[in-house]
Design a binder for this molecule. Structure first.
Ligand SMILES: NC(=O)c1ccc[n+]([C@@H]2O[C@H](COP(=O)([O-])OP(=O)(O)OC[C@H]3O[C@@H](n4cnc5c(N)ncnc54)[C@H](OP(=O)(O)O)[C@@H]3O)[C@@H](O)[C@H]2O)c1
Length: 295
């Protein structure tokens, strides 16, 4: 049997169209244009691509956006003073600090300086707490994308056993916090696995929904899944491939070929969670603009 493919690209495109319509309405009725400031420190090639893609996505839905670039050698103080300016700049409803930051900068000390109502990535401790409490202002874009993908493809996590592999601040932990809530579209039994879990297959085999957010190709293999599992692959890994022009290829954390022959449904990489993350960032920026203008 071959699994149903959960097409993140298509679902993301639906979300983007909905955001575009609402942005247009906000502009026409209230003369409000949502704005997003992206902050990029250094010259990490992957980060440059992500920021460029986010900027293009904003343009497409009518969100005003600017990218603020700092040199790799910029100090923490310089970065914080930029954030403080953006915090009070009314052009921007959202501020996105592209991670990772250079190693001489302490990410936590930077994130805490964001104005929480502009923290569209949902990383500020205030927003982390609101999510855990069950009343989020912003759900971090990747977990929000995973939940939206599941719901829109007919796999409501409510009452299901969701196994998440990976406990990062941007994916695993907020996804667990989101899906454990006693709320519509959540209400799941959540198991969170990590490097301290002795045998993750014991858990992954019992999953109704399995989310891989590990950052290592082929971490989830066929023997670790069951026929009824829905698999969401968050991983983005570059591996060598001589058949491509660049000599590289993007893959997720799941052995897609073998696992997709066994499970009920699976999201691919690319065209899976990646486009959903961008779409949900747009949705969060729109929400921030509505919040700032009491709409
Ligand atoms: N599609 C998107 O939009 C999107 C967004 C964000 C991230 N990503 C991708 O998702 C992946 C994960 O990103 P991240 O930021 O969450 O990564 P991360 O911060 O490196 O966290 C990886 C997590 O996986 C766990 N882990 C690593 N090896 C493991 C193993 N062998 N068994 C069990 N757990 C293991 C780690 O456990 P410990 O905590 O014990 O170390 C950690 O919690 C990466 O490929 C990243 O590029 C994609």
């Amino acid at each position: 049997m071959t699994a149903e493919i959960i097409n993140g690209q298509e679902i993301a495109s639906e979300v983007r169209n909905e955001v575009a319509k609402k942005v247009q309405l906000l502009k026409n009725k209230n003369e409000i244009t949502p704005g997003l400031a992206a902050v990029l420190v250094g010259d990490d090639p992957a980060s440059q691509v992500y920021v460029r893609n986010k900027g293009r996505a904003c343009d497409e839905v009518g969100i005003y956006n600017e990218t603020f670039r700092l040199e790799q050698s910029a100090t923490q103080l310089e970065l914080i003073s930029l954030i403080e300016k953006l915090n009070v700049d009314p052009k921007f409803d959202g501020i996105l600090v592209q991670l990772p930051l250079p190693s001489h900068i302490n990410e936590k000390e930077v994130i805490i300086r964001l104005e929480p109502s502009k923290d569209v990535d949902g990383l500020h401790p205030y927003n982390v707490g609101k999510l855990l409490e069950g009343s989020p202002l912003f759900v971090p874009a990747t977990p929000f994308g995973v939940q939206t993908m599941l719901l829109r493809s007919g796999y409501d996590p409510s009452g299901k056993h969701v196994v998440i592999v990976g406990r990062s601040q941007i994916v695993g932990k907020p996804l667990a916090a989101l899906l454990m809530q006693k709320e519509a579209g959540a209400n799941a039994t959540v198991t969170l696995c990590h490097t301290g879990t002795p045998d993750i297959a014991v858990f992954t085999r019992t999953a109704d929904i399995l989310v891989a957010a590990i950052g290592r190709p082929n971490s989830i293999t066929e023997d670790m899944v069951s026929a009824n599992t829905v698999v969401i692959d968050v991983g983005i890994n570059r591996i060598p491939d001589v058949s491509t022009k660049s000599g590289m290829r993007l893959v997720g954390d799941v052995d897609f070929e073998a696992v997709s022959r066994k499970v009920k449904a699976i999201s691919p990489v690319p065209r899976g969670v990646g486009p959903m993350t961008i779409a949900m960032l747009l949705a969060n920026t729109l929400k921030a603009a509505e919040h700032h203008n009491n709409k």
